[in-house]
Design a protein around this ligand. Structure first.
Ligand SMILES: [Zn+2]
Length: 416
């Protein structure tokens, strides 16, 4: 199967033609899965949404459209409900997945060493970056996340000693590395040339701050375990949807109407899926899609990720104000709690900047949210991100039976 590459189409009309030519094959593939056979397959504009609940109800293989023997990987994500959502891919699905992730404006080359710091367990994210880097000949350092084997102290040691050039992680993780590196006494990472981040929305102020802390560009990526990479940043700072590999629509939350652009909930129809075709999958993220030309010349729609809303207050909104503080204040970690009329924001800040940081953040919160009374509470470094998280070393991992005299067997990993 030949997959489209950026440059294969000349304008948005060419992109739309490419999608239309591909759609019959997508509908035919969907008809091979029990879920869509039962539901019925109609041309896209008449097709009902496929919801996250549909995917949960189809667990584990209700959406399988190929032989089990042809599967290459099986993944799960679990939302707040705790019910598993399964997704699975064939080898040829993986070619598409890896190519989409590898579309980084910085390039990924054989000379690169890429540290993959997102989870490998069941989710797709770690494997996605791993496969993309391997496909370009780069050296992968599979650091994983939420693993006892790679605490932050070990991550910064790897970043430093191996001359890691590229990283893939949550944006927040890069700040934790910076804090851990400072404690460990590492001061320079000259080989680092880009930080790939995804998995949570990141605003321009935080992104720019992370870039200044590390002295390397921050390249954003957006996707999901059920779909792989859906959008990535171009060299001009625009997030582009991979609309040559999927059809994107937005659903107006008020009317339920679907449109190709505007603001609403993202709906995705992947165009190259063998194992698990999805038609109009409602991904539940708030976005804004626009078709406008970008100096990069990719002719791919731009997308803004808006995150979840809580009335006037958003995570991104507060984050922008916190990271809008001067760099000198060194405020990297915060948390906030709100009710109707008040918001309490805690920030980690060193003594000497405490008064200035509290004053500036209070003023900017008041200006941005005139109806909400802010209280900014400074906590000393280590108050939100404990130092032991940043300095802990790897623990014994394998269950053990035999211990020497004086060895602490109560803190070793037990069989149970
Ligand atoms: Zn662009």
């Amino acid at each position: 199967m030949k997959l489209p590459q950026i440059g294969d189409w000349r304008d948005f009309a060419g992109l739309a033609r490419l999608q239309q030519e591909r759609l019959p094959a997508v509908l035919a593939a969907a008809e091979r899965s029990p879920f869509y056979r039962k539901r019925g397959v109609a041309p896209l504009p008449e097709q009902p949404l496929t919801t996250k609940q549909d995917l949960r109800d189809a667990y584990p293989f209700g959406l399988l459209a190929c032989e089990r023997a042809d599967l290459a990987t099986y993944h799960e994500s679990s939302g707040s409900s705790g019910e598993p959502t399964a997704s699975y891919y064939t080898e040829s699905d993986w070619t598409d997945l890896a190519e989409r992730f590898a579309r980084k404006w910085t390039g990924i080359t054989a000379a690169d060493t890429m540290l993959v710091r997102t989870p490998y367990a069941l989710m797709i994210t770690g494997h996605l970056a791993h496969a993309a880097a391997r496909s370009r000949g780069a050296t992968v350092v599979p650091a994983d996340n939420r693993s006892l084997a790679t605490p932050y102290s070990r991550v910064v040691r790897l970043l430093h000693d191996l001359g890691v050039t590229l990283t893939w992680s949550l944006p927040t993780d890069t700040l934790l590395w910076a804090a851990a590196a400072r404690i460990a006494g590492y001061t320079d990472f000259p080989a680092l040339r880009a930080l790939f981040v995804g998995g949570e929305p990141v605003g321009p102020a935080r992104k720019a701050r992370i870039g200044r802390i590390w002295g390397a560009p921050v390249v954003e990526e957006y996707g999901a375990t059920e779909t792989g990479s859906l959008a990535g940043e171009c060299g001009h700072g625009t997030m582009h949807l991979w609309a040559d590999r999927a059809v994107f629509e937005v659903q107006d939350p008020a009317t339920g109407e679907l449109r190709p652009d505007g603001r609403g909930r993202l709906v995705v129809t992947p165009l190259y899926r063998e194992a698990m075709p999805l038609l109009r999958y409602a991904i539940e993220d708030e976005v804004e899609i626009s078709y406008r030309s970008c100096p990069c010349g990719w002719h791919l729609p731009a997308v803004r990720l808006l995150g979840r809303f809580n009335g006037r207050l958003t995570q991104l909104g507060v984050e922008e104000l916190v990271f809008g503080l001067p760099d000198d204040f060194g405020v990297w970690f915060w948390r906030a709690r709100y009710d109707d009329a008040r918001v309490r924001v805690e920030i980690e800040v060193a003594d000497r900047w405490r008064a200035a940081a509290v004053g500036e953040l209070t003023a900017s919160l008041r200006a941005a949210l005139p109806d909400v009374e802010p209280t900014v509470v400074p906590v000393p470094p280590g108050g939100l991100v404990p130092h032991r998280l940043l300095t802990a070393t790897a623990e014994v991992m394998k269950p053990r039976g035999l211990f020497g005299p004086g060895e602490d067997w109560d803190s070793a990993l037990q069989y149970y």
